[in-house]
Design a protein around this ligand. Structure first.
Ligand SMILES: [Zn+2]
Length: 390
């Protein structure tokens, strides 16, 4: 019967072991390398190599193929001292991973030599509980939830579309939500703008939104902009956000946001509603079409009645705004196929969704190859891009 010593000696003879200096050299020379930490969670929480993937030894066989699918990726595996990582390296070899080394001396030696390490950001017990249903999805997991908590999403409008979008983004743990709106809450809003309530009538919409979202999830920092979005402020307001959720209902603002987001290369999740119909798409700057590719110029004012004039069934913005929140979260997580290059049309009376391919317009005055330099300025009723000299 072999002893532990025999097993360890056998494992070490089957694998390639390197010292900390050699591991550091390998990681520096092969930037695509994976650092794999196989210690227990409480050890990992105290400090780890920068960017390390953490899979406790006991979960290695069951989780590694999902988390590190490329079997030819160079891997440096470590534990506290080099024993667990030796066994882990052998297991990885058995699973077909071709370029694995185990770091002798482990994290203790690495740290003792003053090499680079950091305390990993981990979710608090309250967060683990709150986001449990996200953590159960391998496509989201701890890493995805951390991405959401780090993400900054900007909502244009705290109205019909902005309400459900804001509620779901806040519930999902999007760490920073900017809200732009210059209106006050009116009783007639409450038929669809579920961020607000009767007690808030007369209050600034951004303040009402902040109260609702903060009460829902204290992880969320709600940044309010009680301003009219204009040429003078749009670039400052959108700066630093990774996604813009556009719930505005007027053409000049849409064109303004389009041009500014192209300049800043921020994707826009566009939603619009009319009576019983809604549309959603994603404008991914210079990858898919922009708003101007689809709507080169605004329709005449008498053919484009606003929501206030045309009426809207209250649930409709709830559905469209929720899809916008879904797209924003997918963009943050890099998950699935977004609606970039597709327009999703919802008809409430037929209860149907249809999706149309939409392409970039080579003649687009904003994102086309011959488009001039984008200059942000106030738009008149025609909303045409401003020439360089404007
Ligand atoms: Zn375009």
């Amino acid at each position: 019967m072999p002893t532990f010593r025999d097993l360890l000696a056998q494992a070490k003879s089957d694998i390639r072991e390197v010292d900390t200096a050699e591991a550091a050299r390998l990681l520096a020379e092969k930037p695509g390398s994976l650092v794999l930490d196989v210690r227990e969670a409480d050890e990992y929480d105290q400090g780890a190599l920068p960017g390390a993937l953490h899979i406790p030894r006991g979960f290695l066989e069951s989780q590694v193929e999902n988390k590190a699918p490329d079997r030819d990726q160079p891997i440096v595996v470590y534990c506290a001292g080099g024993t667990r990582s030796a066994f882990a390296a052998r297991t990885l070899g058995d699973l077909g991973y071709s370029d694995v080394v185990s770091m002798a001396g482990g994290f203790n030696k690495w740290k003792g030599e003053d090499r680079d390490w950091s305390t990993p950001r981990t979710l608090s017990p309250e967060q683990r509980n709150r986001y449990q249903r996200h953590l159960l999805l391998p496509e989201v997991g701890d890493e995805g939830q951390q991405k959401l908590l780090d993400a900054k999403v900007l909502l244009l409008g705290a109205g019909g579309l902005g309400s459900p979008a804001a509620l779901y983004l806040a519930a999902a743990g999007v760490g920073t939500i900017g809200v732009v709106d210059m209106d006050v809450v009116d009783e007639s809003n409450l038929q669809r703008q579920i961020l607000h309530n009767l007690d808030r009538v007369g209050e600034r919409k951004v303040d009402s939104a902040k109260k609702t979202l903060t009460a829902l999830n204290p992880d969320v920092d709600v940044v309010t902009y009680d301003v009219r979005l204009g040429a003078d402020n749009v670039l400052d307001v959108i700066d630093g956000y990774v996604v813009i959720v556009d719930g505005t209902d007027n053409f000049p603002t849409r064109y303004l946001v389009n041009d500014a987001s192209l300049l800043k290369r921020i994707p826009v999740v566009h939603g619009s509603i009319f009576r019983f119909e809604g549309q959603v798409t994603v404008f991914a700057p210079y990858e898919g079409p922009c708003y101007r590719c689809l709507v080169p110029e605004p329709p005449p004012a008498d053919l484009a009645p606003s929501c206030a004039e045309a009426g809207v069934l209250g649930v409709l913005p709830g559905i469209v705004g929720s899809i916008q929140a879904m797209e924003a979260i997918k963009i943050v997580l890099g998950l699935g196929e977004t609606l970039a290059g597709r327009l999703l049309a919802y008809d409430a009376l037929e209860e149907t969704f249809r999706s149309f391919k939409v392409g970039r317009d080579p003649q687009c005055p904003a994102c086309g190859p011959d488009a001039g330099e984008i200059v942000i300025a106030e738009y008149d009723d025609l909303c045409m891009p401003h020439p360089r000299t404007a």
